[in-house]
Design a protein around this ligand. Structure first.
Ligand code: B12
Ligand code: SF4
Ligand code: SF4
Length: 322
């Protein structure tokens, strides 16, 4: 039954199953916090820090989890095409922002997970569940690792042998065990490669990710003016950063397999036109002339809503200074 439900709802998605509530890498998270690598991400170290040590702290009824990988290789390819447009202004955005027709993945994944969970409940009304996509205080990469969905690369990503690392992780935590085999955690398979460590523009990668240096932290998680990490903007990324995934050999084949679309949808065109296909000064002028409310209206439901007008403006102004 469960296999039937999953087959019906998931095209092009890998999933795994685990009954283990305790992360295998909490000690790494602890070290990360101790050396201050959370930088300004206070939500990682406040009262929610300890909740990440055991899934039962965030969801006391936990008995098992279905974990899903949702690839966004198509938006990576699409942005690659946009960057070849003769009007491209040299700016880059993380490819997850253009996934799901430029709708925020949090909503899209939850819709998808909800429809699966609803069918599980129909099948067994006594089952309770909780959906988790990014924001819950759990170590999601570790959960996917426990579900046998990949290994940890030196870029800290969970890497899946079929899909590489351009995917989101979303899960359904359940109050019952299911008649499924548990995934088996996979050992690291980076060989002698050090590409991501060398390519990171801000030297944020080492034993872990120093979030205070990561371009993503500055450009997506910092809403007011701040000093950018040394190396910011060098390659054009002004909203998130794809570099440590882009250079990873595990992404070469999955990207090659992905068909490249020639037409952009109306929404893709709208946001590409605004951010990527006109002079940067023009964007800055328009953002400066907008009210915060107008910005939110324009970017409603997209990943760009997160930083607000001032957050993205700060990224562009710092980019223009380099
Ligand atoms: C905070 C956060 C960030 C912060 C901090 C990043 C970080 N690495 O911690 C910032 C804003 C910088 C960020 C950036 C990005 N993020 Co982010 N982020 C998160 C969040 C909310 C928490 C991550 C966390 O717990 N960090 C704590 C540190 C210590 O954990 P970590 O770096 O992931 O390292 C773990 C593993 O690598 C592991 N590990 C490493 N080596 C080894 C070896 C062994 C043997 C073992 C057992 C474990 C192990 O141990 C660590 C602890 O679990 C998660 C969602 C979630 N709730 O989990 C998304 C999440 C990790 N991010 C995600 C994405 C897509 C990104 C970006 C690619 C976005 C972008 N394009 O800009 C970048 C990539 C940066 C990078 N190299 O990690 C995805 C990752 C998908 C994947 N394939 O792994 C997640 C899971 C969101 C989601 N639901 O899809 N992110
Ligand atoms: S996302 Fe960019 S800045 Fe952050 S660790 Fe990866 S390469 Fe470095
Ligand atoms: S780029 Fe190389 S070292 Fe980095 S995660 Fe990929 S395989 Fe591992």
């Amino acid at each position: 039954m469960i296999n039937k439900i999953l087959k019906k709802h998931l095209i092009n998605c890998e999933w795994g199953y685990t009954e283990k509530p305790v992360p295998l890498s909490f000690i790494r998270f602890k070290k990360w916090k101790e050396v201050g690598h959370q930088g300004p991400l206070s939500y990682m170290t406040d009262y929610r820090y300890d909740l990440r040590s055991d899934l039962r702290k965030a969801y006391p009824d936990f008995k098992s989890a279905l974990v899903f990988l949702f690839p966004y290789l198509d938006s990576k390819q699409l942005l690659g095409r946009i960057y070849q447009n003769p009007h491209w202004n040299g700016l880059k955005v993380a490819s997850y922002t253009f996934a799901y027709d430029v709708y925020d993945y949090h909503y899209k994944l939850k819709e998808n997970l909800n429809s699966i969970a609803d069918e599980l409940v129909k099948d067994d009304p006594s089952i309770d569940f909780k959906l988790t996509v990014d924001t819950a205080p759990i170590l999601e990469r570790d959960l996917a690792y426990r579900a046998g969905l990949g290994f940890f690369g030196d870029n800290a990503h969970l890497i899946n042998q079929n899909y590489g690392s351009f995917f989101f992780i979303g899960s359904i935590l359940l109050s019952k065990q299911l008649p499924l085999d548990e995934g088996i955690p996979q050992s690291k398979d980076c060989g002698h490669c050090t590409k991501c460590l060398i390519a990171c523009p801000t030297s944020a990668l080492g034993e872990d990710v120093d979030a205070s240096k990561c371009v993503s932290t500055f450009s997506i998680e910092t809403f007011k003016d701040a000093t950018p990490p040394v190396g910011f903007g060098g390659d054009g990324h002004i909203f998130g950063c794809d570099i440590c995934s882009e250079v990873c050999p595990w992404n070469v084949l999955p990207l090659k397999r992905e068909a490249v679309r020639s037409e952009l949808s109306e929404r893709e065109q709208k946001y590409a036109d605004f951010l990527l296909l006109r002079p940067i000064d023009e964007i800055i002028n328009e953002l400066e002339g907008m009210s915060n409310r107008e910005y939110i209206r324009f970017f409603k439901g997209t990943a760009f809503e997160r930083t607000g007008r001032l957050g993205i403006l700060k990224n562009l102004i710092h980019y223009n200074k380099i």
